[in-house]
Design a protein around this ligand. Structure first.
Ligand code: HEM
Ligand SMILES: *[C@@H]1O[C@H](CO)[C@@H](O)[C@H](O)[C@H]1NC(C)=O
Ligand SMILES: *[C@@H]1O[C@H](CO)[C@@H](O)[C@H](O)[C@H]1NC(C)=O
Ligand SMILES: CC(=O)N[C@H]1CO[C@H](CO)[C@@H](O)[C@@H]1O
Length: 328
């Protein structure tokens, strides 16, 4: 009896210490008896959306990342603000999430729900997980089995975003701290940053690196001068807020290990990218993945799987949303 209580206390304490690491029952083929074709249905819907716009790829992958880092992988980021509640997605730090990521999930959910036996049986959080896997593969990256069985979250507030997402100007310690709060270590942080092989950034995210604004803030010497000059041309001091610059200037739109080679060449767009090569503690990992696409792919798949376990909702902490953008 006392041993039983002891174990209960231990379990309770570990929840206090690791609140973001849920002990949820995720598994591959979770829907085998519920909606056996779900992965095919989602993949088809994602492919159809991708045929409309290539932004589907980066939009969906980044949406998953932001969802998981704010209150866990529970599709809380999908919720539309209503009345006095400003939802996660309308926090200024949503950093211009592409609407196409949201649309991908909405369309895949509609496709799943069009099958009568699947209707309202598959969570939006799982659909986002599958869609993110699919876009990576469709962009030329690895394909991998996804763990499923998440429920959708019951809350979404702009306030919950504060301090949870990494920022473009952060250093290695700051990046490591934010990822560690989600149970991810430095190696996993570097692997997931490889997602910046896709998509764009707005000028304001790196302007401080390309102009000599003050003695304390000269042009970032870790940028190769020719790249800095090109960026200055595309992003003048009075830049157009709609201008976007490829995060991977060499092979944008293709999911490959070019991101790490760019860092070796002084062509990391954000401070948070370039610092992975300039900080001696992370440099070796960058070099090894620049040299081995396979090692990067393997690390990315492992890290994505771990990302997918962050803050998973089960039991009465969640449900399956009928409409991904609104609570039931
Ligand atoms: C390591 C810390 C990270 C920082 C500081 C960071 C920051 C940023 C910033 C500032 C942008 C540009 C936003 C804009 O101006 O529109 C961006 C774009 C993007 N990020 Fe990250 N990010 C990080 C990690 C990740 C991770 C882990 C993923 C996914 C696994 C990811 C996926 C993306 C994608 C796909 C884009 C392109 C979005 C688009 O083109 O619409 N990022 N990130
Ligand atoms: C990060 O975690 C993975 C597995 O979770 C482990 O294999 C790896 O050694 C860890 N890396 C560091 C730097 O702790
Ligand atoms: C850039 O900064 C350096 C050091 O603060 C200064 O000597 C130089 O004049 C500045 N250049 C310009 C163009 O402002
Ligand atoms: C896609 C999306 O929801 N973007 C929102 C991000 O936040 C700003 C305000 O902070 C909204 O105006 C955007 O619509």
């Amino acid at each position: 009896m006392s041993r039983f209580i002891f174990i209960q206390v231990l379990a309770f304490l570990s929840l206090l210490i690791f609140p973001n690491i849920a002990f949820a029952e995720l598994k591959q083929n979770y829907y085998a008896n519920i909606c056996p074709d779900v992965e095919t249905i989602v993949r088809k819907a994602v492919a159809a959306k991708l045929a409309e716009t290539p932004i589907t790829v980066q939009g969906t992958l980044r949406l998953l990342f932001h969802d998981c880092f704010v209150e866990g992988c529970d599709a809380s980021i999908m919720i539309q603000s209503s009345g006095s509640n400003t939802a996660e997605k309308d926090h200024p730090e949503n950093l211009s999430l592409a609407g196409d990521g949201f649309d991908t999930v909405m369309k895949a959910k509609a496709a799943v729900d069009a099958v009568p036996s699947c209707k309202n049986k598959v969570s939006c959080a799982d659909i986002l997980t599958m869609a993110a896997r699919d876009v990576v593969q469709m962009a030329g990256g690895p394909s991998y089995p996804v763990e499923l069985g998440r429920l959708d979250g019951l809350s979404s507030t702009a306030a919950s975003v504060n301090g949870r997402l990494p920022k473009a100007n952060q250093n290695l310690d700051q990046l490591n701290a934010i990822f560690a709060a989600n149970g991810l270590n430095q190696t996993e942080m570097i692997a997931l940053s490889g997602a910046h092989t896709l998509g764009f950034s707005h000028c304001d995210q790196f302007l401080n690196r390309i102009y000599n604004f003050s003695k304390q803030n000269p042009v970032d010497p870790t940028l190769i001068p020719s790249y800095a000059a090109e960026l200055q041309q595309r992003c003048p001091k009075n830049f157009d807020p709609d201008t976007v610059i490829d995060l991977d200037p060499s092979t944008t739109g293709i999911f490959d290990n070019m991101y790490y080679k760019n860092l070796q060449n002084g062509q990391g767009l954000l401070t948070s990218d370039q610092v992975l090569f300039t900080d001696m503690r992370s440099k070796q990992t960058v070099i090894s993945w620049a040299n081995s696409p396979k090692d990067f792919s393997d690390a990315f798949v492992k890290a994505m799987t771990k990302l997918g376990r962050v803050g998973v909702k089960t039991g009465k902490n969640g449900n399956i949303r009928r409409d991904c953008s609104a609570f039931n």
